[in-house]
Ligand binder design. Structure first.
Ligand SMILES: [Ca+2]
Ligand SMILES: [Ca+2]
Ligand SMILES: [Ca+2]
Length: 247
């Protein structure tokens, strides 16, 4: 008969091709007991034990094979579903192109981007205290500066001193505090008034008796009170910037 220690057999399988099948088999006590009862011979019992162990291994191998086959099946299913989705997407694109040519889509995209850009810019100006009127944003300063420094400030803000193109614009600006610089000057040629964008003066709103080049003729810049007056450019005044933007 076997002693107790012999009833626990450990067999290591080293030569199976699949690495995962190299496992330590141990303590198949119950299987061994069955074998020990049926076959009294020690050698045969061992053979039977090994045979039982191989059976178990084969069974595990089979189970692994089945698992692999199932995974392959699922992978194929996924690939097939993906192919079907790709085809569906292509068909939708084809129908969309039929309905709306690519050039039209591009144009809509560009329009959307432009609207976004304008919206961002509008928010930017409104947040900085600019006011929208007609087709421009307007900014009025809170400090006084000479005409040229005032203009520099407007340029730094992406704008220029205000250009008054119409009576409506003139009326709009008259609501603001008196004595503000506007973008009109005759510094280049005395008596030839030009706006800061280089355009000549056509519609004017001079106060009666102005421009008068008062006291020595050095009045080359224009302030807006209710109407316009030419004054020396070095005087320090509030100013108004204008940024044209059609919304
Ligand atoms: Ca204007
Ligand atoms: Ca002058
Ligand atoms: Ca004057």
């Amino acid at each position: 008969m076997f002693n107790e220690d012999e009833s626990k057999i450990t067999i290591e399988i080293r030569d199976l091709p699949v690495a995962s099948s190299r496992r330590t088999l141990k303590s198949y006590t119950s299987e061994y007991d069955e074998v020990a009862t049926a076959v009294p011979d020690t050698g045969r019992k061992l053979e039977r034990c090994v045979a039982v162990s191989f059976c178990l291994l084969s069974s595990q191998q089979k189970s692994l094979d089945e698992e692999r086959d199932e995974l392959k099946r699922q992978l194929n299913l996924t690939t097939s579903q993906q192919k079907s989705l790709t085809e569906e997407r292509d068909e939708l694109n084809r129908q969309l192109n039929l309905f709306m040519p690519a050039s039209q889509q591009k144009s809509l995209d560009e329009e959307r981007d432009e609207l976004k850009r304008q919206l961002n810019l509008t928010n930017h100006y409104l947040n900085q205290g600019w006011v929208y009127f007609g087709s421009s944003f307007y900014y009025i300063s809170s400090v006084n500066k000479a005409w040229q420094d005032s203009r520099e400030d407007c340029l730094q803000r992406g704008a220029d001193l205000v250009i008054i193109n119409s009576e409506a614009e003139q009326k709009f600006i008259r609501q603001y505090p008196k004595y503000i610089w506007i973008g009109l000057t005759d510094r280049e040629t005395e008596g030839v008034w030009k706006w800061v964008d280089g355009t000549p003066l056509t519609t004017s709103f001079w106060r009666s008796g102005e421009p008068n080049n008062y006291r020595g003729g050095n009045e080359d810049c224009v302030e807006l009170t209710l109407d316009w007056n030419d004054v020396e450019c070095e005087q320090k005044k509030l100013w108004m910037c204008e940024k044209k933007m059609a919304l």
